[in-house]
Design a protein around this ligand. Structure first.
Ligand code: NAP
Length: 273
């Protein structure tokens, strides 16, 4: 399976789909999901300090005898670990848990007030030291990204934000893509909260002989985003990968754009100072 790649502003490439790992905290469940993902062709895994599963990810890579260079591993600095020294120190602990000497992508998990600037400077150092190939941010609004232009030596390679048919954030996508920042869509299935009963999704799914979840994911791929669907169910992990063999037409895309209704299923960083 050849997964499409997007080019980042630092020259590295990122696979357009990852297995999301939030709320996969049970080791047996993690192992089942990871093995199903490898079986299904996933190479990109989205973890975080906050998810408390970096150690399972590291162990699973070893257990499956995978080549490190064939994988794309992301982790994120937890809000409690912000600050210049704490960012660097907590990242060393992440590397130990992952049993790796670098990650492909290191993100600041949230625009933590008062500490995000020094934490970004720590990420710039970690990238220069080769411990994070690419660095980026998560949950940043346009305002937080514009603020970075005043202090960042390195432009973030990605911004990982909540994005799905019910929360489309077109202005944020336009800003990021206009400034060479890849957008990663988190909760691409709206955290399983709204898609299953939507008649527009069902009718487009029926037309393409796909599921509503595959239509939700395909919509995001056609906006040139990276998608991070999470599942611990092997059949769904496989299903979520079967999104590269069909195309939504203009009428489908227009109908799906009308589903936008500002539905936030997790954090809302809009008013974070
Ligand atoms: P999601 O991927 O939108 O939805 C996950 C839910 O959908 C789970 O309940 C899963 O159930 C179900 N599901 C998965 N595939 C399905 C399918 N084909 N059909 C029907 N249901 C399906 O939600 P998410 O976990 O919130 O987000 C995905 C990833 O984005 C996270 O794991 C994490 O990596 C990242 N994320 C990042 C942030 C951040 O602040 N940076 C915040 C949230 C999420 P089962 O697992 O039971 O199969």
């Amino acid at each position: 399976m050849n997964i499409p790649m997007l080019k980042m502003n630092d020259g590295h490439e990122i696979p357009q789909i990852a297995l999301g790992l939030w709320q996969v905290r049970n080791e047996a469940e993690f192992n089942t999901a990871f093995d199903a993902a490898v079986q299904g062709g996933y190479t990109h895994f989205d973890s975080a300090q906050y998810y408390q599963n970096e150690q399972f990810l590291g162990a699973s890579v070893k257990r499956n005898n995978l080549n490190r260079e064939d994988l794309f591993i992301t982790t994120k600095i937890a809000n409690d670990n912000f600050g210049f020294e704490s960012t660097k120190q907590s990242f060393e602990e992440s590397l130990q848990k992952l049993q790796m000497d670098y990650v492909d992508l290191l993100l600041l998990h949230f625009p933590v007030t008062g500490l995000r600037r020094e934490s970004w400077q720590a990420l710039e150092e970690l990238q220069a030291a080769g411990k994070a190939k690419s660095i980026g941010v998560s949950n940043y609004t346009v305002r937080h990204l514009e603020e970075m232009q005043k202090y960042a030596k390195v432009t973030p390679a990605v911004n990982q934000v909540e994005l799905h048919v019910f929360l489309q954030q077109p202005e944020l996508i336009a800003y990021c893509q206009g400034n060479g920042i890849v957008v990663e869509a988190y909760s691409p299935l709206a955290h399983a909260k709204a898609g299953a009963d939507d008649p527009v999704l069902s009718s487009i799914a029926e037309k393409h002989h796909k599921t509503y979840a595959q239509v939700m994911l395909r919509f995001l791929l056609q906006l040139n985003l990276v998608i991070l669907p999470k599942s611990v169910t092997p059949s769904r992990i496989a299903e979520n990968m079967q999104v590269f063999d069909f195309e939504l037409d203009t009428a489908d895309m227009t109908a799906l754009k009308q589903l936008d209704r500002n539905l936030r299923t997790t954090w809302d960083p809009t008013n974070v100072e």
